[in-house]
Design a protein around this ligand. Structure first.
Ligand code: CUA
Length: 313
């Protein structure tokens, strides 16, 4: 799938994490074994079709009652299944990691992702950074329905279940920008519930955490200053938080560093002033049934809000 905001396509054959590598290896092993089975079955089938065609009906079933053959063709599939089973169990054990302690919690919402870093005191949405080479443990929750956390190139998926904390652990190995998605049908905009999973060096990761932990920047441009004053007077603060301002809502995504993100609307569109303006003007046109309402404002005020939000780097 083409992504406008620069994430790698979610190709499980180009893994970027430890579990992804193990799963790719297992997939190739299973594919190879089953390919051999397929070729052998086709070869035998072709042999039988060619050699035994035009025989009288009575001569067809020469194997009935042959105990040796019965045992052999029961054992062969049993052996194949056992090999597949052992390989799968081995992979599962390789993927399992000791608990390094969760770095952050991701919470599924209809239809966006919250990333909470309680130790560092910030929350962000739909875009999260991790350090390459560092064992990563993520706590996974949901506030409404069952979602499923999945970054295909990092490894497996894990269900996000209301009232329960699940975990996923892996080591991100290759720096890059990976697409994350929801892999459990969760309503009208399940397909537009995506996020950006960014693997960077440990130094870049520390810098990102430091930036995200800061309160929102003061606006500087004239339009942005006007937008910053305006946003406190309209309904945005009942759902959104901008740390360092009077906006303290928790129902929607935290917007403290909105301008630093690559995408908007749960990574549906690139984060550009044009797209943000279109989103503010009619969110339901972009994501029908999402909880973001249209707030009727004159165009000029919409543009001031856009200028302010884009300055929140
Ligand atoms: Cu959330 Cu599908």
């Amino acid at each position: 799938m083409a992504v406008g905001c620069g994430a790698d396509s979610p190709d499980i054959f180009r893994p970027g994490g430890s579990a992804g590598h193990e799963i790719k290896t297992l997939s190739i092993q299973i594919f190879a074994i089953l390919a051999v089975v397929l070729v052998v079955v086709w070869a035998l089938l072709a042999f039988v079709i060619i050699k035994y065609r035009r025989r009288p009906e009575a001569e067809v079933s020469k194997t009935r009652g042959n105990l040796t053959i019965e045992i052999v063709w029961t054992l062969i599939p049993a052996v194949i299944i056992t090999v597949l089973f052992v390989l799968t169990v081995q992979t599962t054990r390789q993927i399992a990691m000791p608990d390094p302690g969760a770095q952050f919690t991701t919470v599924g919402h209809q239809w966006w992702w919250e990333f909470a870093f309680p130790d560092q005191g910030f929350k962000t949405a739909n875009e999260v950074y991790v350090a390459a080479g560092r064992p990563t443990s993520i706590d996974v929750e949901s506030v409404d329905v069952i979602h499923s956390f999945w970054v295909p190139q990092m490894g497996g998926k894990v269900d996000m279940i209301p009232g329960r904390v699940n975990h996923i652990r892996f080591v991100p190995l290759k720096e890059g920008r990976y697409l994350g998605e929801c892999s459990e049908f969760c309503g009208a905009q399940h397909g537009k519930m995506r996020f950006l999973f960014v693997v960077v060096s440990p130094e870049e990761y520390s810098a990102w955490v430091n930036d995200q932990a800061k309160p929102a920047a003061q606006p500087t441009g004239a339009e942005a200053v006007a937008g910053g004053a305006l946003i406190k007077t309209i309904a945005c603060g009942s759902c959104h938080t901008i740390r360092g301002t009077s906006l303290k809502g928790t129902f929607g995504p935290d917007l403290t560093h909105f301008g630093s993100r690559s995408g908007i609307a749960a990574y549906t569109l690139p984060n550009t002033p044009q797209n943000l303006l279109a989103w503010l003007q009619d969110p339901q046109a972009i994501k029908p049934e999402c909880t973001m309402p249209t707030i009727p404002l004159p165009l000029r005020e919409q543009q001031q809000l856009v200028a302010y939000l884009e300055e929140l780097k």
